[in-house]
Design a binder for this molecule. Structure first.
Ligand SMILES: [Ca+2]
Length: 388
């Protein structure tokens, strides 16, 4: 584990995680703190079946060797956890003894709580001057771009198939995987059970959201035959190359390599899952993402990925699109603050789709710019073979 006070890790994590924490409950992703190696979950032999404690339908085995008559350890005596266990054992048919045993091993991550308390405070207020320059510099570099080109070469056929089936260009799938984990180089090193239990029961501001994710995590691990004590991810519980939260896994992960499992740590499944996520959130094939604009808009115009203006309104306010646009849909006005100037751009509906992955203008802009840079690099190495 890298030191949790690593400045770079903190900076990135702050921006990305707070976007998650402020987002709606469908938001899938958070940036992890870096890990030293990727986790590859291994499927366990299912434990024996046939327990007869209750006569209801319990077709799924409970992976991992967990059993206790009450919760001990860090989470002993948490009434909210007791209610949670009651709820999900009724709702999903988990044995209480299994959950008591599992949560007896869950660790309360004080570092995460301290870190979030500081980050919540630091993220208040308007974007700072130079904010975009600093954020961009963390991702738009040779390390991310070269890794993207190499990943494209290695998984060319899967990327081609995902683009064809879901209508999402390969470079945007790669942009996500680059920003999230540098293509699996940093998939997180926090046990997901610890991360989610801590945030579910000790982080009041988003406790309800994380209790939902904890429930989904238990449903996911049981369905996949994974010991819930094993997977690691970000300190918010996001997993795999694309940093899917458990709710996103259940809704949008796909088995893209056809081995019968949805595996967030498998590059091909990650490619298909990201493309599927974009398609389901309204990606429009062949449509623009961001366009440049010149001029200085009136000061009272709100900016950000969730602002919505007609092209006429923006033109009246003093902005000139760099290219002609027959945009008959709302555009968002994006403010990017460099060290020495402010820049405005126009976000098209596909830009908004990227923010469904992480509710942040900077995040989506970094994905877009990395997508373009990786595509240019790939085309150069392809020697004129074209995309695919
Ligand atoms: Ca698979």
């Amino acid at each position: 584990m890298k030191p949790p006070n690593s400045p770079r890790a903190n900076k990135i994590a702050a921006v990305l995680l707070i976007a998650l924490l402020d987002g709606c409950s469908s938001q899938p992703i958070s940036k992890n703190a870096p890990s030293e190696r990727a986790y590859s979950p291994t499927r366990q032999a299912p434990p024996e079946r046939g327990r007869t404690a209750t006569p209801d339908l319990r077709p799924l085995a409970e992976p991992g060797n967990y059993r206790a008559s009450s919760v001990s350890g860090d989470y002993a005596g948490y009434p909210a956890l007791g209610r949670f266990i009651d709820d999900i054992s009724q709702k999903h048919g988990f044995h209480r003894e299994y959950l008591y045993g599992l949560f007896s091993q869950a660790k309360r991550k004080q570092w995460t709580l301290d870190y979030l308390a500081k980050s919540d405070q630091a993220m208040k207020g308007k974007p700072a001057k130079g904010g975009w320059s600093r954020y961009r510099a963390q991702f738009l570099d040779a390390r991310h771009i070269d890794a993207g080109v190499a990943f494209w070469q290695k998984y060319r056929s899967s990327l081609q198939r995902a683009s064809r089936e879901y209508g999402v260009p390969a470079e945007y799938i790669l942009g996500i995987l680059a920003v999230e984990t540098t293509f699996g180089g940093f998939v997180g090193n926090h046990r997901v059970i610890d991360a989610l239990t801590t945030l579910a029961f000790d982080y009041q501001r988003r406790g309800e959201y994380f209790r939902g994710e904890l429930e989904n995590f238990l449903v996911m691990t049981r369905a996949e035959g994974l010991d819930p004590g094993k997977p690691v991810g970000s300190f918010a519980g996001a997993m795999g190359l694309g940093q899917f939260m458990p709710s996103s896994f259940l809704q949008w992960a796909v088995d893209f390599n056809g081995d019968g499992r949805r595996d967030l740590w498998n590059p091909e499944d990650a490619i298909g899952s990201v493309a599927h996520y974009f398609a389901e959130h309204g990606w429009q094939a062949g449509q623009p993402v961001v366009s440049a604009a010149s001029g200085q808009p009136a000061a009272d115009l709100e900016t950000g990925f969730d602002s919505r203006y007609s092209l006429d309104k923006l033109t009246d306010a003093g902005l000139k699109p760099a290219e002609s646009c027959s945009c008959d849909y709302p555009l968002s006005l994006l403010l990017l603050r460099h060290h020495d100037r402010d820049e405005y751009r126009l976000g098209h509906p596909n830009f908004y789709v990227i923010t469904r992955y992480n509710h942040s203008t900077h995040y989506a802009m970094a994905v877009h710019e990395l997508a373009q840079a990786i595509k240019s690099g790939y085309l150069r190495t392809a020697g004129g073979d074209g995309l695919g």
